[in-house]
Design a protein around this ligand. Structure first.
Ligand SMILES: NC(=O)c1ccc[n+]([C@@H]2O[C@H](COP(=O)([O-])OP(=O)(O)OC[C@H]3O[C@@H](n4cnc5c(N)ncnc54)[C@H](OP(=O)(O)O)[C@@H]3O)[C@@H](O)[C@H]2O)c1
Length: 254
């Protein structure tokens, strides 16, 4: 059995990636497609999302649906439920959630902070609450929440970001304990700096020493587990950078 087949056997045929049009989410989509997993990809930018979906279909022969959806929409669960009706979703990856500002809590409009809470706290809870019951019934499944090392401590200009990432970390840890007896893996990935379009839009300069292939932790078993998947995606981003360089838009969606 190949790594990819092992992955599909462990989690099931379909994965949902929330936040998949670029950066880490697009890398995860490529990684899962290479394991033969069919994909439901969610983000707001339709054309970029469709590129990711088309690449998965053309390169790996998997099914891939692009669902254009704002994850902070109060009706998000209803819409995602409709888009995934009848699919056996065995893996949920909640990736969206980078901060796009470096300003203090008081300098931001309060609504901006509420959107961060909606995206990073309400979104993962809502989608987990929707998808996890079927996983526990099947006694197999996986949930990955992409957090940040910022979850470990509060810091200036990232007060809300570090707080919502701490929520994700603690939430995932509790879920891990609750769902493990039901055959569902849960992992939180507190990532270090990864040069993505979100980071570029914040004005962070590309530094090849921070190409970010570095793992934030060591997976127990290569691509057959959710933790292994996330590490592989970090390597994939590093390969894109090497191939395309940091300044071309193309490298983000390849
Ligand atoms: N980059 C880093 O250095 C770094 C470091 C530590 C942790 N992380 C974490 O890694 C994750 C991914 O970060 P990233 O740098 O790739 O940037 P990101 O801004 O979180 O973007 C990731 C994806 O999420 C989608 N997205 C963002 N807001 C959305 C919304 N409201 N509704 C639907 N989709 C949305 C984006 O596409 P659309 O714009 O098309 O919607 C994109 O496809 C985040 O959770 C972040 O906190 C990143």
């Amino acid at each position: 059995m190949t790594d990819g087949q092992g992955f599909a056997a462990r989690y099931g045929p379909w994965a949902v990636i929330a936040g998949a049009s670029e950066g880490i989410g697009a890398a995860l989509a490529d990684e899962l497609a290479s394991c033969g997993i069919d994909l439901v990809l969610i983000a707001r930018n339709g054309p970029l999302l469709e590129e990711v979906a088309a690449r998965a279909r053309d390169t790996h022969g998997v099914q891939a649906r692009a669902v254009v959806q704002d994850l902070t929409d109060p009706d998000v669960v209803v819409k995602i439920a409709a888009a995934t009706d009848g699919l056996e979703v065995g893996l949920l990856i909640y990736n969206a959630g980078a901060s796009d500002r470096t300003s203090t809590f008081l300098d931001n409009e309060f609504d901006y902070s509420l959107i961060q809470v909606a995206l990073d706290c309400v979104g993962p809870m809502a989608l987990t609450h929707h998808f996890a019951p079927a996983m526990t019934e099947r006694v197999r499944g996986g949930i990955v929440i992409v957090a940040s090392l910022a979850c470990l401590a509060g810091s200036a200009t990232l007060a809300v970001y570090s707080a919502v990432k701490a929520f994700q970390h603690t939430f995932a840890e509790g879920l891990w304990a609750e769902l493990r007896p039901h055959g569902v893996d849960v992992c939180c990935t507190p990532r270090g700096m990864t040069y993505t379009p979100a980071l570029a839009r914040m004005g962070v300069a590309y530094d090849p020493r921070l190409r970010c292939a570095r793992r934030t932790w060591r997976p127990r078993s290569s691509k057959t587990s959710a933790t292994g998947l996330v590490s592989s995606s970090a390597r994939r981003i590093a390969q894109w950078h090497r191939r395309c360089g940091p300044s071309t838009g193309a490298c983000w969606s390849r």
